[in-house]
Design a protein around this ligand. Structure first.
Ligand code: ZN
Length: 662
């Protein structure tokens, strides 16, 4: 019997997250993928990605990630040769292994991690410092090698990832081995930054340690780690003559626009959101809301990509010229979203997902999961190939051949990137996907993401709820949720109605639920005395839609992109008639989309076929301008593929945005 059906309005958040608006993640392993899109990726993570990255990281074919710890521990001879953040990259891979073991316990990996952790503990300095580039120098007698000599040594970044991985390892295995190492490192930071100088305060580049310390606080319940995170975030305001690249030009609470290096910005705001969640410091919400709105309304790509520019300057065009500094891998000015030269580092896109996930926990608002989902299906998945072994550092929305500008990162996925931060980061986020799918709050079970799988959740003030989900999402919008078991108590099932759907319908045990407000972009709360065998069917309308962007995005004027459900589509040159340049293609206004299932293409995708016009470009040789001439053209039907799957056949041009034919 349905006792109450309602769609809750957005909670108005004026200060700290109240108990009513706070949502909690479930322990890792509570949710698993069983079949379909996400089970396919989970299998690739387990069979291909994790083992192949271990092969890369343990050896010396590329850079000696694990060997750095062996050398620092005195177990092997050698030099440090790699990027300063490679320790952190190795911890991210370990986190992915732990998350995989949460779902599928694995003795072999568990033992392997034990050995690795023994080495890491041996490498750690007695005072808790752990950063192999410096430790190796010290071991080799370099008396000048000391902590925090150069903020671009990424010590805090490395130790932050150590803390997060240690908490996941502890939660999944019950072992304290890595947690003890992380606690010692946190203790080192506590002492090192007890009385920070403005120069020391600059050591927060890609600040994963705010999140790491908050993880330690949650895992151990020790207030000192919350206090330390708060102290280190406050310390940022000591920086003198800072710049936008590291978000320290202005005091944190004055931030209104998102600027600078996109990984640094997204990690910073994710950490600040964590602090807001746990401390209830209401003054942190104003900059978080302002920067998030600026990102979502003026700076994010359709794919969820973050960071438009390889290089630039900020604040752009400011009258206060002394404040302008160089930025790199960075957000541009408002509405500056170039496609061909888009940077969109995979780690920046991941940083956005981490931030959205924490904002959702603070509010229970669907807008944050909508944003997380957009990134997940598009600019996160595009970062890895279908084999799970080759990676993009950057995720542009267009590729032309030959490229009209030389750019420093590869336009093809590669096995090894000199900056290897993204590949293991991507693995750990894929390993997190079952944990993002659901959440709980007081008497409420939240269904955030759709994908076939099982859930065993302990719902506060309700008890154990077992639920299964069956769906072909993201290929169609029909989702069946079945309560397998639950206590005899009323609770809310909160279903996300994605903002992209024009409409949604619901049936309960085969009967339509009428007078129900299924509002796109909000959670629908169904409150009921749920019974085992209750079945909810949610149908999200999922048409192929042509999308346009705000008229101030100059790069996209008079252009459209194609989206269906959470997936953004793109056109690859390989799917055009031979010798057709991508710049010659326009979308017919009468596009007439048809969706086709292609099980043998790109590991099983649905393509969208539609009408495009191919225009003869005429003679542009040596010209930048010419009098307008109407081009001769032909109309063709061509297939668009999901953006995440591009560059998986052979090198080819690609675009997300195309001009509308007139
Ligand atoms: Zn990266």
């Amino acid at each position: 019997m349905l006792v109450c059906l309602l769609a809750l309005p957005f909670p108005i958040l004026k200060g700290q997250p109240s108990d009513e608006s706070r949502v909690y993640p479930l322990p890792h392993g509570s949710s698993t993928w069983s079949s379909g899109f996400w089970a396919q990726r989970w299998s690739s993570l387990k069979q291909d990605m994790i083992p192949s990255m271990w092969e890369l990281m343990k050896g010396d074919t590329y850079k000696p990630f694990y060997q750095h710890f062996l050398i620092a521990a005195g177990l092997q001879e050698g030099q440090y040769h790699g990027a300063q953040w490679n320790d952190g990259d190795f911890y991210k891979w370990m986190e992915a292994v732990c998350l995989m073991m949460a779902v599928e316990p694995d003795e072999k990996w568990d033992t392997q991690l034990d050995t690795i952790i023994e080495t890491i503990a041996l490498a750690q300095s007695p005072d808790g410092y752990l950063h192999t580039p410096t430790l190796i120098k010290q071991r080799q007698g370099d008396t000048q090698a000391k902590p925090f000599q150069d903020r671009f040594n990424f010590e805090m970044y490395n130790m932050g990832h150590l803390m997060t991985t240690a908490c996941v390892h502890h939660q999944v295995t019950g072992k304290k081995t890595l947690l003890d190492v992380a606690l010692k490192s946190a203790g080192f930071l506590e002492k090192a930054f007890e009385n920070p100088t403005p120069e020391l305060a600059r050591n927060a580049v890609c600040p994963s340690h705010y999140m790491g310390l908050m993880d330690l606080y949650r895992e151990t319940g020790q207030q000192r780690w919350l206090d330390l995170a708060s102290h280190l975030i406050a310390m940022r305001d000591l920086v003198e003559e800072g710049g936008d690249d590291n978000q320290d030009r202005q005091p944190l609470r004055e931030h209104e626009e998102i600027h600078g290096h996109a990984v640094r910005a997204n990690y910073l705001y994710a950490g600040v959101t964590d602090l807001f969640l746990e401390s209830g410091d209401a003054s942190l919400w104003t900059p978080l809301e302002a920067t998030w709105k600026n990102l979502m309304e003026k700076k994010v790509y359709l794919t969820g990509g973050c960071g438009a520019l390889y290089d630039g300057a900020a604040p752009y065009g400011s009258a206060r010229q002394t404040q302008i500094t160089r930025v790199h891998q960075a957000y541009g000015r408002n509405y500056q979203l170039p496609n061909l030269t888009a940077h969109n580092e995979t780690c920046a896109n991941i940083g956005s997902m981490l931030w959205q996930w924490k904002l959702f926990q603070a509010t229970g608002e669907a807008r944050f999961i909508d944003a997380l989902e957009r990134t997940l299906y598009n600019s996160l998945l595009s970062g890895v190939d279908l084999q799970g072994k080759h990676f993009f550092y950057v995720n542009p929305l267009q590729h032309l051949d030959p490229p009209p500008v030389d750019l420093r990162w590869s336009r093809e996925r590669v096995r090894f990137v000199t900056s290897f931060c993204c590949p293991p980061n991507l693995l750990r986020i894929l390993a997190h996907t079952p944990s993002y799918a659901y959440a709980v709050s007081d008497q409420t079970l939240w269904v955030n993401l759709y994908g076939s799988g099982n859930l065993q959740a302990d719902c506060p003030n309700v008890g154990p709820v077992n639920l299964t989900q069956e769906t072909l999402y993201p290929w169609n919008g029909s989702i069946t949720l079945k309560i397998e078991s639950c206590p005899q108590k009323p609770f809310d099932l909160a279903l996300r109605i994605p903002a992209w759907t024009p409409s949604a319908q619901l049936t309960l045990n085969g009967k339509p639920l009428e007078n129900l407000l299924c509002e796109p972009g909000k959670f629908l709360h169904l409150r009921r005395d749920w019974r085992p065998e209750d079945q909810i069917k949610l149908d999200l309308e999922m048409p192929a839609q042509l999308i346009e962007s705000h008229p101030l995005v100059e790069e996209n004027r008079s252009q459209v992109a194609l989206q269906r459900g959470p997936l953004v589509y793109c056109l690859e040159g390989i799917d055009l008639p031979k010798n057709t340049a991508m710049t010659a293609v326009a979308i017919e206004e009468d596009f007439q989309p048809r969706i086709h299932h292609r099980p043998n293409l790109l590991d099983d995708v649905h393509v969208i076929e539609g009408r495009v016009r191919i225009q003869e470009p005429g003679d542009w040789d040596g010209k930048l301008y010419r009098p307008y001439q109407k081009p001769r053209s032909t109309t063709q039907r061509v297939a668009f593929i999901p953006y995440y799957a591009w560059a998986n056949r052979r090198p080819s041009e690609m675009t997300v945005w195309l001009p509308l034919a007139h």
